[in-house]
Design a protein around this ligand. Structure first.
Ligand SMILES: [Zn+2]
Length: 305
């Protein structure tokens, strides 16, 4: 256990060092005073770093099948699982598999929360430059059965945000029913399988409707959450208490188990998600619907992870 922790720390240090090296070398102006040996070493480093290895295995794990998508900003689509009632759960990728910054936007976990899927629709229309160091994966809904009938739970009455393995506890049937065991539900199992495969740098999990961004956990997770809150003009950004320890939610689970020290936070979209308001994303600083601004904010953040 201890060794695993040390190894992942080493990987993080390497990852951070690599991205810093890439940034500083790319940003440095040509300088005739740099000795030739150092300059060629820097050029070699750029050459290596220009094509970073994919963050995840090219071949998806069992239970996930992928296919290329032509003539669309989305380049790859994957069926990551099937709901209880047989609806496919789809993840779509924009950008290259080799791009080191990996963002996942989860559009919907609770079926009555409608703004998140609209944010995903807008993200999927954004074109990512072939030179981008970011890739964005979107899951429009991980609860298609609940979404089809505008219902919070899956078809078995489970709140999927209590069904992940982190600190899972049994809850009686009712509004907090968390299933019979961790990942007992095909929808949460699909999402866990997918996230374990691609190991995102950041997950933005969209919900509704209390209009805030959750900074629980502090550190990088809270910093990312605050940045999104400011860009998308969705606030306040603060920790959301669970009334005691949190049980079985996806963002805590991923943040605790990511092999690349990726983090995840929750956004509560407002009821007024279709109403224009000021957007703080550079290049989009005007009054636009919240769902549009949230899409631009996610994209902006992906490029800067
Ligand atoms: Zn929700």
């Amino acid at each position: 256990m201890r060794m695993r922790r040390r190894l992942s720390s080493a990987i993080t240090v390497l990852t951070v060092a690599s991205s810093l090296a890439l940034t500083s070398v790319a940003a440095a102006p040509a300088d005739a005073s740099v000795p030739a040996a150092r300059a060629s070493a820097a050029a070699a480093a750029v050459k290596v770093l220009a094509t970073p290895p994919p963050r995840y295995a090219a071949v998806p794990p069992a239970g996930i099948s992928c296919w290329g998508v032509a003539k669309s900003p989305v380049t790859l689509a994957c069926k990551i699982g099937v709901s209880l009632q047989g609806r496919p759960i789809i993840a779509a990728r924009q950008g290259k598999a080799s791009a080191p910054r990996v963002l996942v936007v989860s559009g919907q976990m609770h079926g009555e929360e409608w703004p998140g899927p609209l944010v995903v629709d807008r993200i999927r229309r954004l074109t990512i430059s072939p030179a981008s160091t970011a890739q964005i994966w979107t899951v429009r809904t991980m609860n298609p059965d609940g979404g089809a009938r505008g219902h919070r739970f899956n078809a078995r009455g489970v709140d999927l945000n209590g069904n992940f393995p982190n600190n899972w506890i049994h809850q009686p049937r009712g509004p907090r029913y968390a299933g019979t065991r961790p990942l007992s539900e095909p929808e949460s199992a699909a999402m866990a399988r997918f996230l374990t495969w691609i190991q995102p740098t950041l997950i933005i999990s969209l919900h509704g409707f209390s209009q805030m961004v959750d900074t629980t956990g502090g550190g990088l997770r809270a910093a990312r959450a605050r940045a999104f809150s400011q860009l998308a003009n969705i606030g306040p950004a603060h920790p959301v208490p669970c009334g005691g320890p949190c049980h079985g939610n996806m963002t805590d689970w991923y943040t605790a188990t990511s092999r690349v020290h990726g983090v995840a936070f929750t956004v509560e979209m407002p009821h007024s998600s279709l109403v224009p308001r000021a957007c703080n994303v550079p290049g989009h600083r005007k009054r636009i619907p919240v769902v549009d601004c949230a899409a631009y904010a996610a994209y902006y953040l992906a490029e800067r992870l």
